[in-house]
Structures are given as C-alpha cells and as structure tokens.
Design a protein around this ligand. Sequence first.
Ligand code: ATP
Ligand code: MG
Ligand code: ZN
Length: 253
Amino acid sequence: MGSLARNIKPNRNIVEEEHNLKCERCGNIYDYYKFSNGQVFKHGCDCKMIEAGKEAEKKRKQQAINNIFNQSNVNASLKDATVNNYQPQNEAQDKAKKTAVEYVKSFSVKQPKSLILQGSYGTGKSHLAYAIAKAIKNQGYSVAFMHIPMLMDRIKATYNKNAGETTDELVNLLSNIDLLVLDDMGVENTEHTLNKLFSIVDNRVGKNNIFTTNFSNKELNQNVSWQRINSRMKHNARTVKVIGDDYRERGAW
Ligand SMILES: Nc1ncnc2c1ncn2[C@@H]1O[C@H](COP(=O)(O)OP(=O)(O)OP(=O)(O)O)[C@@H](O)[C@H]1O
Ligand SMILES: [Mg+2]
Ligand SMILES: [Zn+2]
C-alpha cells in the first residue's frame, strides 16, 4: 500500500502513515498517508467519493428542475413577477396575495392542493400564479407554467411526424410534475382544446395545480364539457376572486 501512495504522489514525501484504520463515516478500512505538503490521503475510504456523488446528484436534480421549468410557456410580461412585487389595489387583491404567500409556505407533494384565481382582465392572476410557480421551483420542486393557447399550439405541433417532442412526452411532463399552472382556462374553447384540457386536468386530480381564468362560475359550467373540466379543477381547490381595474392600463393617459 505504501508503494501505491508513492505512485499517486510521486513528487511528495510521506511524512505520516498508518494502516488498517476504520473510517467511522463510510465504514471502510483505509490506509492513512500524510504528505510533506500537508495533503492527506485516505486510501480505501469512500467518503470523498460518496460526497462527490451526492453533490453530482444534487446538481443533476437541480438541472432536471430547471429543464422542466424552462419548458414553461409564459408571456414575457410576467418574467419578473414575484409575490413581493405584486401591489394589491383593493381588498380582494390583498387577499389573493396573502393566499399566494400561504400557498407557497404550505406547499406539499403529500398533501396537494389547488388554487383557482378567477377574475377579470389585468388584475394580476397570471402575475401571482407565475410568482408562486417560481417560488415553488426555487424550493426544489418540479414546476411548469403553461399558458393555455401556447400549450395548445405545442400539443398540435407534437402531431407533426418530425416534431421535436412527442405527445406522450408532453403528456408525461404535464402529468408528473409537482405543480402545474394552467394559465387562462377558458380563453380557448374549441372541441379539441376542451378534450385536451379534460385529459390534462383529469390526470392532475390529487396533485398540486393552479388555474387562472376570466370565466365566471356560470361560464365554467356552460356545458357538459366545461362541467367535467370544472369538477376536476375544483378538486381540493380554493377559489380566489381577483377583481379590479386592468393593471395594464395604469399610467395610460
Ligand atoms: N397588483 C399588481 N401589482 C404589480 N403588477 C401587476 C399587478 N397586477 C398586474 N400586474 C402586472 O400587469 C400585467 C398584467 O397582469 P396579469 O397578466 O397578471 O393579469 P391577468 O389577471 O392574468 O389578466 P388576464 O385575465 O388578461 O390574463 C403583468 O405584467 C403583471 O405583472
Ligand atoms: Mg392572465
Ligand atoms: Zn470514509
């Protein structure tokens, strides 16, 4: 063993050496060498390797989470949205913000819950939903934010024979992540969209979801297709009405 250590560090002298020690951490028997430059080498101890493996696993997981989040379909105007920079304009919006904070704080994969942000244009529903999505992603969960029209285009693109992703890949992504945001439920109302939305929300029952919608309760129940979708959305869900003026028109003259 002494010759092995000498081979590894040919330019340095061994100043201390002990054999057949037991590492308390990994449980291995190892030989200990200290070199003239102060460096220590424990031949046979796997602690460093185990540590490096853990580090690599952490990196790999973070990479996977980033990859998933980067598959979001989100409008550029929302990129900087955070819960903190949401400025409530009325009591309903104040309540919506508090609910968002609570959702982030209490997020759990074991006890999933859904949130329906319902209200008129430009009240910050997508802002809050995207802010929550980012915060949960930063906690290390797999999250995607999907703007329905962009998602529908993407689903249609998978029907193409030369598509970059298959329908199954996209369905798996949507089904398996820890949190799915479906932004702007109701903005697309074709039969194809309703069929797709139904299978997505049906797959998401019992998971963490956030929905934003301009639809009123009446519109969410306008026909059997919507009733079926709506009943899935409502599973374990809290509905928050986000009312107010269109924030986009603020500052307009
Ligand atoms: N209370 C707010 N404080 C700060 N920014 C806001 C607020 N409300 C809206 N915004 C900003 O205004 C823009 C429009 O908001 P957002 O897209 O969230 O509205 P929305 O309720 O989703 O509207 P729509 O129903 O049309 O989808 C976004 O850029 C958002 O960041
Ligand atoms: Mg929106
Ligand atoms: Zn060890």
